[in-house]
Design a protein around this ligand. Structure first.
Ligand code: FAD
Length: 381
């Protein structure tokens, strides 16, 4: 994949913004368990960095997918992965369906302010009794005239305590299984909606994660995103954007973690010489660097598929499985080579170890990626 000067400039803009508007506050947000999403998104939105590929008519950048790759790689370098995750929810997890299937009216009212960073968005799929098995969701939207009456609960929702609207997946008929679901633009100011609790997490602590409750919450049927009854299929498609951005983000932080670890080991003396002069350490880091490089170029191949307008499901899936496994190795190795300081909360390695564990679970667990691959490889009888 070729990058132009314009891409390079964009990379520098995002990198500077991360260094200026996220990194200095990372420790504070980690300890409070929250970052000010409206304020931070507003700064990204003001520079046109949210929704780089979206239609300029709704405030998007109208750019090619390479800008999304760069956006992901650069927010991945943030000192707290919680904010990178929250940003990517806004740009690539909660908004793709709205952009692709939503009415112009919905896009003007909700997508445009989200891209300016004035509104915070969440994707609300997972429930207390259904995560990997999306076809098992139970939240209902019963039609009453021109309104949906929504009842149920959503769990582990990123940006959930700060969101202005949700891309909500709910059952709009009794057909069961993957049939009869719809995606609904749900404003969180709607009576009957509440944040049941803010969740305490192992990692990504700067990002707020919530359980949400819906009791007879009414929204117009006109808030349906796309086709009534096609919510499951639309969400499966939206998941591809979610997995791709996660794979791009992975490149940013794994590369940075290796660079920082090599810098430390260049200085750290043991047995009369820098630890980096141990061939074992050199080989371990070189091996990981090679794996990161493979994923980077696999991501670029995936991006080419997206730019050609083809289905990138297999690429997104293989990339996500690979990324989830790779970050666990990178985080573990970087911590190991730091010794005792690596285990200290004051050092970046501890946070990194905690933050990266999520990737093999969120957005489709490793086993779900394998299930998708087994199906696409014709291995399921
Ligand atoms: C920090 C965080 C943020 C999140 N943000 C959001 C969000 O913004 N919006 C949202 O909708 N959801 C969100 N999620 C939910 C996330 O996508 C789910 O946790 C994930 O899909 C797994 O679902 P589950 O937790 O119900 O696990 P389960 O479905 O109960 O699965 C448990 C485990 O079983 C294994 N497993 C699952 N399926 C199979 C299989 N077919 N074969 C073999 N093994 C299998 C896997 O190891 C899996 O981890 C978030 C989760 C976390 C932790």
């Amino acid at each position: 994949m070729q990058f132009t000067e314009e891409h390079d400039l964009f990379r520098k803009t995002v990198r500077d913004l991360v260094e200026r508007e996220i990194n200095p506050y990372a420790d504070e947000w980690e300890s409070t368990g929250m970052f000010p999403a409206h304020e931070v998104f507003g700064k990204f939105g003001a520079l046109g960095i949210l929704g780089v590929e979206y239609d300029p008519a709704f405030g998007g950048g109208g750019a090619d997918h390479r800008f999304t790759v760069i956006f992901g790689e650069e927010i991945g370098r943030a000192a707290t992965q919680g904010v990178a995750m929250a940003l990517s929810v806004q740009t690539d997890m909660a908004t793709p369906s709205l952009h692709r299937y939503g009415t112009d009216e919905l896009k003007h009212r909700y997508l445009a302010p989200a891209l300016r960073g004035e509104m915070v968005a969440s994707i609300a799929v997972t429930e207390p009794d259904a995560g990997s098995d999306v076809a098992g969701i139970a939240t209902t939207a019963r039609r009453d005239g021109d309104e949906w009456v929504i009842n149920g609960a959503k769990l582990y929702i990123t940006n959930g305590t700060q969101a202005d609207w949700l891309c909500l997946l709910a059952r709009t008929s009794d057909e069961g299984g993957y049939r009869g679901m719809s995606q609904i633009l749900f404003p969180t100011s709607t009576p009957g909606f509440s944040v049941a609790r803010k969740l305490d997490k192992l990692g990504n602590r700067s990002s707020d994660t919530a359980e949400l409750s819906f009791v007879d919450a009414r929204v117009p049927v006109a808030n349906t995103i796309g086709e009534i009854g096609r919510g499951f299929q639309q969400q499966m498609s939206q998941f591809q954007a979610e997995r791709l951005i996660a794979n791009y983000i992975t490149i940013g932080h794994t590369q940075l973690a290796l660079e920082r670890t090599a810098d430390y080991l260049r200085e750290r003396q043991a047995f009369g010489k820098p630890l980096l002069s141990q061939q074992y350490i050199q080989f371990k880091l070189a091996e990981l660097e090679a794996e990161i490089d493979l994923l980077r170029h696999y991501n670029y191949a995936a991006a080419e598929v997206v730019m050609a307008g083809e289905d990138a499901t297999r690429f997104a899936t293989i990339g996500k499985l690979t990324a989830g496994r790779l970050v666990r190795k990178v985080a573990d190795t970087c911590l190991q080579f730091h010794g005792g300081i690596g285990y200290m909360e004051e050092h970046w390695t501890a946070r990194y170890f905690r933050d990266t564990r999520l990737l093999s679970i969120g957005g489709g667990a490793d086993e779900v990626m394998l299930q998708v691959l087994a199906r696409s490889s014709g291995l399921v009888p």
